[in-house]
Design a protein around this ligand. Structure first.
Ligand code: TRP
Length: 366
């Protein structure tokens, strides 16, 4: 990943779009007008870029495809991906292909397969269902275990894709190579391209929602799709790009540090404590200073969580931004607003999560 691509480095949207442009990623604003009811993440430029999503949208039926690494707790950073997928399924009628990258996780992180499967269901699938993912029009599978009658075309494509790429290309993208890495990459290419195989409904446009750091995978899949052009007539997969959600302390949100994230299973009281104690503040040293000079909402984590997930009203969020900037609103007050919204969300979500258990089998059965 290039050093210049540093989401959250600045909240200056035009700058962000400029960076994307250097990589051939088109600004999302170009397709925003074409959406009847764009998602909040799109309206607010958290989803800021795309490749060929305009083409994907222009086609009647399209699929959204993505893969999940089942690593630990499902947190707010994961939620913004789920929110997008559910939006495409519900609002735009997209067919969803959702893959658990258990082979990749096993090969790259030496975890145990059984545990990975449990995490995928307990953490990922249950939260996805509670957030609104429906079993209808959703193909959920494990890389290690593609459902029976569909297994062979999926693994066949992964094997055939190996012919379409050189070691130099892989090394340029993935650095040091190992057999495990190569297997995982070939499966990932098949994840992205196999929805176009006739066994999976045939030619269709596919879009993959990713963080910008994943762009090299997208470019590789597009290159390989082009090299299959004559044989399999694949369309190049499109992609949409989102910014990362900052960790509580302002750094990365990481499953390995419980104080960097709010998990969707966190007890609301625990979540409140985490925010009060850790949420990075864009405020000033003292109240007097803050009142005089104002705070910086772009780096304030509480503001960012409200902006990206918990204050859907555009006018209200802009008022919060203005008040924080002017110094009328203090960090502590901003935290309270977030805590209230987050508590309501977590309580409701955790109830839905228990109800979601009843639906799990409908995703696994096939
Ligand atoms: N490599 C991805 C990650 O690190 C997971 C993944 C596997 C994936 N297959 C995919 C992502 C297909 C997008 C599309 O998270």
């Amino acid at each position: 990943m290039s050093k210049e691509i540093n989401p959250w480095g600045s909240d200056d949207v035009t700058d962000y779009e400029k960076t994307a442009k250097a990589f051939g990623i088109s600004p999302f604003s170009g397709v925003l007008k074409k959406l009847k009811n764009p998602h909040l993440l799109m309206r607010r430029c958290v989803v800021f870029g795309h490749r060929d999503f305009d083409k994907v949208l222009a086609s009647k039926d399209y699929a959204m495809m993505t893969g999940l690494m089942p690593s630990g707790k499902f947190h707010l950073g994961h939620k913004i991906l789920a929110d997008q997928i559910i939006y495409h399924q519900k609002e735009l009628g997209a067919k969803i292909f959702l893959c658990v990258a258990d082979v990749e996780a096993y090969n790259m992180r030496l975890a145990d397969m059984k545990k990975l499967r449990e995490t995928a269901i307990e953490e990922y699938l249950l939260n996805y269902i509670a957030l609104g993912l429906e079993p209808k029009n959703c193909d959920f599978y494990f890389q290690s275990d593609r459902s029976k009658e569909r297994a062979s075309p999926y693994y066949r494509l992964a094997s055939m894709a190996a012919k379409k790429v050189t070691m130099n290309e892989l090394a340029a993208i993935y650095g040091d190579l190992s057999p495990g890495k190569i297997m995982s990459v070939m499966l990932q290419v098949s994840d992205i391209l196999h929805p176009q195989l006739k066994e999976f409904g045939g030619n269709k446009n596919v879009v993959v929602p990713v963080g910008i750091d994943q762009d090299p995978h997208i470019r590789l899949s597009r290159d390989i799709a082009a090299r299959f052009q004559k044989e399999l007539g694949f369309a190049l997969p499109g992609a949409t790009y989102h910014r990362f959600i900052k960790g509580l302390k302002g750094g990365k949100m990481s499953s390995s540090d419980p104080y960097s994230y709010i998990a969707l299973t966190d007890d609301p009281k625990e979540a409140k404590k985490k925010i009060n104690k850790y949420a990075f503040s864009g405020g000033r040293e003292t109240i007097e200073e803050h009142r005089k000079h104002g705070g910086n909402p772009d780096i304030d984590v509480s503001f960012q969580y409200l902006f990206t997930q918990f204050e859907p009203d555009d006018r209200k969020i802009e008022k919060l931004r203005d008040d924080y900037k002017s110094g009328a609103l203090l960090t502590g007050e901003l935290k309270q607003i977030l805590i209230e919204k987050l508590t309501a969300f977590l309580e409701d979500h955790q109830k839905k999560r228990e109800i979601a258990r009843k639906k799990v089998d409908r995703f696994l059965a096939e």
